[in-house]
Design a binder for this molecule. Structure first.
Ligand code: TRP
Ligand code: SF4
Length: 523
């Protein structure tokens, strides 16, 4: 996640256990700029679903075994392709989790959410990775190596203090991970400048190491799959979504084969394929011997020409003449060596037909074909990457009301804050309370607008849904007044910080025993 914890607009509902969903009615900006290095405020989470294709977490929640409270409370509001990870974890199969931190300042309660997400996945069977994005901090933020070293240690201590098990997981710094850098170099062969320019707004003035830090992050994201491909989730803030989209693209571009469903032997794009499918079904499907020229004739009479590629589809079908339409799965050769392509042809059971650049199988299911393609790729020296999945959490509102910002100490709580300061910050926080106690009793507080309520839901109530719900209901029901509510929260915060800092002390010894270089030889 980014160094600057940003926040959603105050009109978004805060998470609670009652009725809290990320689609909440924010009257947000029309454009959501997702910029990993900016301080973009995510105005309206709903736009993320519409514009960028992030899916609602709600829809996979029931498939997650023993979901984390951040999932249950809608703090984790979105995902890309989380299903394979949830399934692997449910079935006790191989899965991984990885996230990275730019060591630009002290770790704060926003980072804690990500630490917790990594740890939860680790405790539920995933291989866990936490990395320090020191190359990125140096290249994109211009931090000196001394500053980076100091913060690196601090992030790792908090990660360990919160329960990361280093015996069963890996922590690393980008700068000392040779495998990551080599993988980044390989991935860089599949991305060009125009693309980075379009995604990140890079221009002629952007320093080259900055661009290198992007491919390094791509390598971080795919690193858990280096030994063996497996479903991997990257928990991040939505500002990191551009990185996820690029990583998913690059993962696909590295693949030897692309598996698609197909009709007849010619290559068709997805829209053309849909038209052929329609004609095929209309003419009797599997029960009839549908030929390409018949499908062409049917299509020219029946298809809605508007916006669909009828003309090109009809042409391709006519050229194929009497060839059967017959559905099949197709393996397109993308980056395969000749040996790998031959090995694939060899490995396909049942009826198959080999063409220039692709091979069609008539007996394999799409899923079996996908598995086979990956297996042959890995056996022949390829990576066989699964597209990495991601989950997205909401940003916390600043304690002073606006966005949480590292440059405004009163707006956020650092994990290194003196417990008394933490107490004081909560006591002086903005609330969703009414002007007077009478009004509060009469109308109830606005928990959905209250940074203090957020503290309960995101952190202080921990796993206790009943408690979270009670705070919410007492608040909106007018039984809870802000003074006492803040006192309670402030005490919990003081306790949390004291406890966390004690655990950080204990973690020092563990960290010393790990193979992480804390004094960078770089200057
Ligand atoms: N770019 C991330 C940030 O701004 C840090 C990061 C580097 C990262 N590599 C990563 C995050 C891999 C997730 C996964 O904080
Ligand atoms: Fe916020 Fe608590 Fe006041 Fe409700 S009672 S508005 S939750 S501080």
């Amino acid at each position: 996640m980014s160094e600057e914890p940003t926040s959603e607009s105050r009109s978004d509902p805060s998470p609670g256990v009652t009725e809290v969903r990320a689609d909440g009615g924010a009257a947000g900006a029309d454009d959501v700029a997702l910029d990993p290095w900016g301080s973009s405020t995510v105005e309206d989470y709903r736009k993320l679903f519409e514009q960028f294709g992030i899916e609602e977490f709600d829809e996979v929640l029931s498939e997650v075994a023993d979901p984390h409270y951040l999932m249950r409370r809608g703090v984790i509001f979105g995902h890309r392709d989380y299903r394979p990870v949830a399934e692997a974890m449910r079935e006790g199969e191989d899965a991984a989790v990885l996230s990275g931190f730019m060591p630009t300042g002290d770790p704060h309660i926003g980072h804690k959410m990500v630490f917790d997400e990594i740890i939860w996945h680790q405790q539920h069977g995933a291989d866990a990775y936490g990395l320090i994005a020191d190359l990125e901090a140096h290249a994109a933020r211009g931090l000196s190596w001394d500053e980076i070293d100091e913060h690196t240690e601090s992030y790792l201590l908090s990660l360990l203090a919160l329960g990361f098990d280093p015996e069963d997981g890996e922590v690393y710094r980008q700068s000392t991970n040779r495998d990551v850098q080599d993988l980044g170099f390989e991935l860089g062969t599949k991305a060009n400048f125009s693309e980075l320019q379009a995604i990140y707004d890079f221009d002629g003035e952007t320093n080259v190491s900055y661009m290198q830090s992007v491919v390094t992050q791509m390598a971080d994201i795919l690193y858990p799959q280096l030994e063996e491909p497996r479903p991997t989730v990257i928990p991040v803030g939505p500002d990191q979504d551009p990185h996820m989209r690029l990583a998913r693209d690059l993962a696909a571009r590295m693949r030897f084969f692309k598996v698609t469903e197909a009709y007849a032997s010619f290559e068709a794009d997805p829209a053309e394929r849909e038209l052929v499918a329609e004609a095929y079904q209309a003419l009797g499907g599997a029960d009839a011997d549908v030929r390409c020229e018949d499908a062409a004739a049917w299509l020219s009479e029946h298809a809605e020409p508007e916006g669909t590629p009828v003309a090109t589809t009809v042409e391709k079908l006519e050229n194929a003449g009497k060839e059967p339409v017959r559905p099949r799965v197709r393996f397109l050769d993308r980056n395969a060596t000749d040996e790998a392509f031959e090995a694939l042809v060899e490995a396909i059971d049942g009826e198959k037909r080999v063409f220039e650049g692709h091979v069609d199988s008539f007996d394999l299911s799409a899923e079996a074909a996908e598995d086979l393609a990956r297996e042959v790729e890995v056996d022949n020296g390829g990576y066989g990457f699964y597209p990495p999945s991601s989950i997205y959490h909401r940003f916390m509102t600043g304690l002073t009301g606006g966005k949480m910002s590292s440059s405004v100490p009163a707006s956020h709580i650092s994990l290194l804050d003196d417990p008394e300061d933490g107490y004081d910050k909560v006591k002086s926080a903005t609330t969703g309370g009414r002007e007077t106690a009478e009004l509060q009793r009469e109308l109830g507080g606005e928990a959905d607008e209250c940074p203090v309520y957020e503290l309960y839901a995101y952190l202080l109530a921990q796993d206790d849904d009943e408690y979270t719900k009670r705070v919410y209901e007492e608040c909106v029901g007018g039984e809870r007044l802000c003074g006492g509510c803040k006192e309670e929260a402030a005490e919990l915060m003081r306790e949390f910080l004291a406890d966390h800092q004690e655990k950080r002390e204990e973690a020092k010894e563990v960290l010393d025993g790990l193979d992480v270089e804390l004094d960078s030889p770089r200057t």
